[in-house]
Design a protein. Structure first.
Length: 428
């Protein structure tokens, strides 16, 4: 693809991504395992690529730390792993090192913090969220409400367009009975990004705590937890942090709140003196009190190389590239894909959009199958008709985006999707 791509009448020309801008992060692509250079991977917002350093580290962990050092490794760095890597993740989130720790999966971390927040706001019986929040978060919130007792309820704010949620709607929902306000910072389907500072300020004026799910932000979108006044947060490590499938999550608790909140799932890793084996639970001071059971050492350790790459790149440079690439995708949609029946399901304003662009199409699921099978383009599909194009700036190239747009055109103009079934597999 060279020159200026074709555009419909009335549209502005789309700059050729092959020549328009230098890529200061291009060298980092070589730090990832890429077995098929022709494969266009636009699903890093579901599962990030494997860093080469992670593959090397996994061998050392298994053969040396486990195979040779055995139980001695607990005193040779394993016990400090969750806090040490959490401290590095804090550097990506605009938090202090002692405010983030690696623990459990995202849903368990979320449950811990939701219950802790409810208990810290006695007499307040309402949680506010929105219908853009990840469904698993809703399930966790429902479970917490059921366990809290009579009178508690979950208020789900409805997006007026299925893409965004106006701040005014959040403000109008607040009152003296609200204990917790919790959203996904970047919405999993549309990529809408909440104004964290404004939401935090509104919630605090009402006396509520805030809790953010950063799973679709961390490593791609600046968060600034301390500066924005966030109280609590959770997030996964296997998307833009490239920590590996099912890698443990992290949780954030603002330092001033740590000793005020109680972990509802006490366990020996959060105990003040874990190896005295006393029968009464006495939580350790600080963020460590939110640990519970024995950490999964191998999968926790393998998070670190991906975090190091994000820190090396710098979140501001990552965001700059992400905005440029997603802007180009949207302009390509305007000029080339919209006439083919694709609709834009992400915010047009870059400041309110994360690092993926979602396109809707009545044949979205079959189009996704054709992209994968015929063109070697891997996006992901979200029901009922959304195709998510994930931009992972550490390794997504401009050339890949250009080829992906060509494939999106070809699948519809050639009606290639008709060769595929409408039934969905187990995972999309």
């Amino acid at each position: 693809m060279t020159g200026t791509p074709r555009v419909s009448d009335g549209s502005s020309a789309i700059p050729d991504p092959l020549a328009a801008y230098p890529d200061p992060l291009a060298a980092l692509r070589d730090q990832f395992v890429i077995t098929d250079p022709q494969l266009i991977y636009l699903d890093g917002n579901s599962l990030g690529r494997l860093p080469k350093a992670t593959a090397d580290l996994s061998r050392r962990l298994v053969e040396q730390a486990w195979g040779d050092r055995l139980v001695r490794s607990w005193n040779e760095g394993w016990l400090e792993l969750a806090g040490r890597i959490g401290g590095k993740i804090a550097g990506v989130l605009g938090a202090e090192p002692d405010e983030v720790i690696v623990a459990d999966c995202t849903s368990v971390c979320l449950y811990k913090l939701v219950v802790a927040a409810l208990r810290a706001r006695p007499g307040r019986t309402r949680i506010v969220t929105d219908d853009l929040n990840f469904p698993s978060d809703h399930y966790v919130l429902q479970s917490a409400i059921r366990g809290a007792g009579e009178g508690y309820r979950l208020d789900v704010l409805r997006s007026p367009d299925g893409i965004t949620l106006p701040l005014e709607q959040v403000e109008q929902s607040l009152g003296p009975d609200v204990a917790l306000v919790t959203f996904s910072h970047t919405a999993f389907k549309s990529a809408f990004v909440h104004d964290t500072a404004a939401v935090n300020a509104a919630a605090h004026r009402a006396g509520s705590l805030t809790l953010w799910d950063l799973s679709h932000s961390v490593g791609a979108v600046p968060v600034a937890l301390r500066e924005s006044g966030a109280d609590l947060a959770v997030g996964c490590t296997y998307k833009y942090l490239n920590g590996g499938p099912g890698a443990p999550a992290f949780l954030y608790v603002r330092r001033e709140l740590q000793d005020q909140l109680a972990n509802p799932i006490g366990g020996w890793m959060g105990q003040r003196d874990a190896f005295s084996f006393g029968l009464e639970y006495q939580p350790v001071a600080g963020i460590g009190r939110f640990l519970t059971g024995t950490p999964p050492i191998l999968s926790t350790a393998l998070i670190e190389p991906g975090v190091d790459l994000v820190l090396e790149a710098g979140i501001d440079r990552i965001r700059e590239k992400s905005v440029r690439q997603t802007e180009w995708l949207i302009r390509a949609w305007e000029g080339r894909l919209q006439p083919l029946g694709y609709s834009l399901r992400s915010p047009r304003e870059a400041a309110r959009r994360g690092s993926h662009v979602t396109l809707g199409h009545p044949e979205g699921h079959r189009i996704t199958q054709a992209l994968i099978e015929r063109h070697g383009v891997i996006p992901d599909f979200r029901a009922p008709d959304c195709i998510r194009l994930g931009v992972a700036p550490l390794y997504t190239s401009d050339q890949e985006l250009a080829r992906a747009v060509e494939a999106l055109e070809a699948v519809v103009t050639g009606r290639q999707f008709e060769a595929y079934p409408s039934t969905r597999p187990g995972a999309t």
